[in-house]
Design a protein around this ligand. Structure first.
Ligand code: ATP
Length: 363
């Protein structure tokens, strides 16, 4: 592991009205990586950015930057810059003046400002837009100006608060590529707030999944997708079939009244669990050959696959992705591999999960 650039240690934030927005948050941010804070509205993502930027104080805990505690350091002395959701550009200034604003405040020599601003505009692929008015720009171009204005200060960390949420779907996808490419080129640490799981999965080196002021799970997109630690994460990240079950013994789990071989171990016999099966891991076969039988109810064409909804004989709903269509009302069999079954404990927290993993690895 690299030396962290930012650490949040036991951060709690209680607002004046007594509301606890963050509870015991620990985060380690390494330099040069792309991080996402992912969670529903109100989960505390923006509050974390504001604490890192110095716009608000934590009630308890420490913010550490390159090994030094910076709890009391004013926002303008922190080596971080923020790109806001609404861009916060100055409408009465042109593009050049907007990007130059921070440097002008610092009274940097004019020549140096010019060089830096033109360079920043080149980085965001707007080299010929210096003299344009803000009102003459598209949403995507305004977004890029906001990013140019942030990177012109050469921050070590860029904080981005839902910067793509005002853009239409197509532009949003384009900007996802651009931002990721920009981050890799500049090697600045990005901390990106979003409630869009697809966006977080596509762009990040690491994701922190948040809910109710807590980090539920952190890890690479693949880890979080393949090994969600609880119902909330499994549901929030991608589409899942989640069913109640019971761990019979190591590598054997029971759900929908049947027992199945699985790849999970280290739980108590008969422990109540939840089982996750991703729609794309289910293969369709004949009812005779299926591990489960499902009656197809409806299907939607999604371009590269069909999304099929069916019900088993107990009335559990199943979501299945298939490359071929299946007739409504048809009985189909479903098969899957033992490693496609992901078993979760009820209500598990990340710390418990880590402890269990350690115990399991020691055994
Ligand atoms: N000044 C304040 N006083 C009291 N409560 C606040 C204050 N600011 C934010 N909150 C509350 O703290 C919680 C976390 O807010 P925060 O803005 O961090 O969430 P978020 O995850 O960024 O949400 P969104 O995606 O909607 O921006 C919310 O319930 C919010 O209502």
């Amino acid at each position: 592991m690299q030396k962290p650039i930012i650490e949040l240690k036991k951060i709690t934030k209680r607002y004046d009205d007594g509301f606890t927005a963050l509870e015991n948050i620990n985060m380690t941010i390494e330099p040069g990586k792309f991080y996402s804070l992912l969670g529903p509205s109100g989960s505390g993502k923006t509050t974390i950015l504001r604490i890192i930027a110095g716009f608000t104080d934590a009630t308890e805990g420490d913010v550490v930057f390159e090994g030094n505690k910076i709890n009391a350091l004013p926002a303008n002395q922190r080596k971080v810059n923020t790109v806001f959701q609404n861009y916060a550009l100055f409408p009465h200034m042109d593009v050049f003046e907007n990007v130059a604003f921070g440097l002008t405040l610092k009274k940097m020599p004019k020549q140096e400002i010019r060089k830096r601003v033109l360079n920043a505009l080149k980085v965001v692929q707007l080299p010929d837009y210096a003299n344009r008015e803000i009102s003459e720009l598209s949403g995507g171009q305004q977004q890029r100006v906001a990013i140019a204005r942030a990177i012109v200060n050469e921050p070590k960390v860029l904080l981005l608060d839902e910067p793509l949420s005002a853009l239409d779907m197509k532009l949003r996808k384009d900007m996802q590529y651009e931002l990721r490419e920009l981050q890799q080129r500049l090697k600045i640490t990005f901390i990106f707030v979003t409630h869009d799981q697809e966006e977080a999965l596509a762009m990040s080196d690491e994701i922190f999944v948040m809910n109710d002021g807590q980090v539920l799970q952190s890890g690479t997109p693949v880890d979080i997708y393949d090994e969600p630690i609880n119902h909330f994460v499994a549901n929030f990240i991608g589409e899942s079939n989640i069913l109640p079950g019971k761990m019979l013994k190591d590598f054997e789990v029971q759900f929908v009244g049947k027992s199945f071989e699985c790849a999970d171990a280290g739980m108590r016999p008969n422990e109540k669990v939840e089982v996750v099966l991703r729609p794309e891991d289910l293969d369709i076969t004949t009812p005779e050959q299926g591990k489960l039988v499902v009656k197809v109810d409806t299907q939607l064409f999604r371009g590269d696959h069909f999304e099929i909804v069916g019900y088993d004989e107990d009335g559990n709903e199943w979501l299945i992705h298939s490359t071929n269509p299946v007739k409504d009302g048809k009985q189909i069999g479903l098969t899957f591999e033992p490693e496609d079954i992901h078993v979760m404990r009820f209500g598990e927290k990340e710390a418990d999960f880590d402890a269990r993993l350690e115990q399991y690895e020691e055994d």
